[in-house]
Design a protein around this ligand. Structure first.
Ligand code: NAD
Ligand code: GLY
Length: 370
């Protein structure tokens, strides 16, 4: 069964189509968006080798000519150098403003190709065909596009909504276990931030989702996308509620920055640890019950994800170094920090004006070095 979730953004509204076998329908679904019967498909080497032929066949069946632009996999590609290379290759294809880019891959491909689409000849349309669990439940929806710089993650970017998102659950069959778990961290996030019932469902069915049980996977992806679509529809450019989607990210980004954005710590793993830490910080501040923080931590740990600083490569971390990274966060203002904290499971809120000293003290209690 295929489900379509609407992202309600007026004239920029679009659908996220989720199901098994969606890739085979790509030509029929993308064709109505095209002025010219062609698309540049941006993908990484791994995804292209595994699934490129199937996407190409589906597009060609609908009479769409495919120009593959295959880039190296990995976070390092989401850089100024990666953007320069990609935009140069798109220009060499002589795409015009009536053309559409298809981003076919995980969050790295989606964020980079989306940003390239946002700035290519002042902006052209793009379609997301996400191939990781993380990209299907989070990065392909909502229009955040970006690259990293030496000073931090996602610091250069644009809001640029895709015209369509096609999430084929079958492509996840080839996703390595570790990447599957990393994506699951973003699934748990939706339960923790705003849906206690979904969190309970994940406690009972998380193992099935990770084992790629077709029905469990379909429910987990669809519920996650529904929640994201609802939040983005209300607050596209993160003036308020959309910040909730950053639960675990302030701590997580600091850990990623300290470990160097590489294989040692995947983005989803950093977010997993960051969520457990955010729940414990909420408990330490007296905002939520300790048993809620413990329950969240258990659900994250049950998925084989880190919940403690001591489980993250690079431990022991210096508290001051982590707080310095947090001060670079896009949500920080005037030396005060912003966190997504919780009053309970499913009851997150945006806490502004947090004193960095309180964070340092908490991190020392978590095992960070002075
Ligand atoms: P990724 O794109 O690096 O993909 C992870 C790895 O899996 C890569 O090596 C890739 O080649 C491989 N892969 C992808 N699909 C595969 C498949 N079906 N089978 C086998 N291998 C496959 O990483 P990711 O976790 O998808 O995305 C992380 C990025 O997403 C980060 O840069 C993060 O900042 C960004 N992100 C963006 C948003 C947003 O709203 N835009 C949200 C969350 C995360
Ligand atoms: N992943 C956070 C957001 O889309 O806002």
């Amino acid at each position: 069964m295929t489900r379509a979730v609407a992202v309600g953004l007026g004239e920029r509204a679009y659908e996220v189509v989720i199901g098994h076998g969606v890739l085979a329908e790509a030509g029929r679904r993308i064709a109505p968006l095209l002025k010219h019967k062609r698309t540049a498909v941006v993908s990484d080497e791994t995804v292209w080798a595994l699934h490129g032929a199937r996407l190409t066949a589906a597009l060609e069946q609908a009479g769409i000519a495919v120009s593959p632009v295959v880039i190296p996999p990995g976070e390092q590609t989401k850089s100024f150098a990666g953007l320069a290379d990609l935009t140069d290759r798109l220009l060499a294809l002589e795409l015009d403003r009536g053309d559409v880019i298809t981003a076919f891959g995980g969050g790295v491909v989606g964020d980079l190709a989306g940003f390239a689409a946002a700035i290519y000849k002042r902006g052209i349309d793009f379609v997301q065909v996400p191939t990781t669990l993380l990209a299907q439940v989070d990065s392909s929806v909502g229009g955040k596009t970006a690259i990293d710089t030496a000073r931090g993650k996602n610091l250069m970017g644009a809001f640029h909504q895709p015209r369509l998102v096609l999430a084929d659950l079958d492509v996840l069959a080839t996703l390595p276990e570790r990447e599957m778990r990393a994506g699951y961290a973003e699934v748990i996030k939706y339960g923790l931030l705003g849906d206690f019932g979904f969190f309970e469902w994940l406690e009972a069915n998380g193992a099935k989702v990770l084992a790629r049980d077709p029905q469990a996977l379909a429910h987990a992806v669809a519920r996650s996308v529904e929640m994201k679509a609802e939040i983005v529809g209300e607050d596209e450019t993160e003036q308020g509620r959309r910040a909730l989607l950053n639960l675990g990210h302030t701590f997580g980004h600091a850990l990623e920055a300290e470990t160097g954005y590489g294989e040692a710590l995947l983005h989803g793993e950093a977010v997993a640890a960051g969520q457990a830490i955010a729940m414990r910080f909420s408990a330490a501040l007296g905002l939520c019950r300790t048993q809620d923080a413990t329950r969240a931590e258990q659900a994250i740990a049950a998925a084989g994800l880190p919940t403690r600083l001591s489980e993250v490569a690079g431990h022991p971390f210096k508290a001051a170094a982590l707080v310095r990274h947090m001060a670079q966060d896009k949500k920080a203002e005037g030396g005060r920090l912003t966190f997504i904290l919780a009053r309970g499971i499913g009851e997150s809120f945006v806490a502004r004006d947090i004193d960095p000293g309180a964070v340092t003290e908490f991190l020392l209690g978590e095992g960070a070095l002075p």
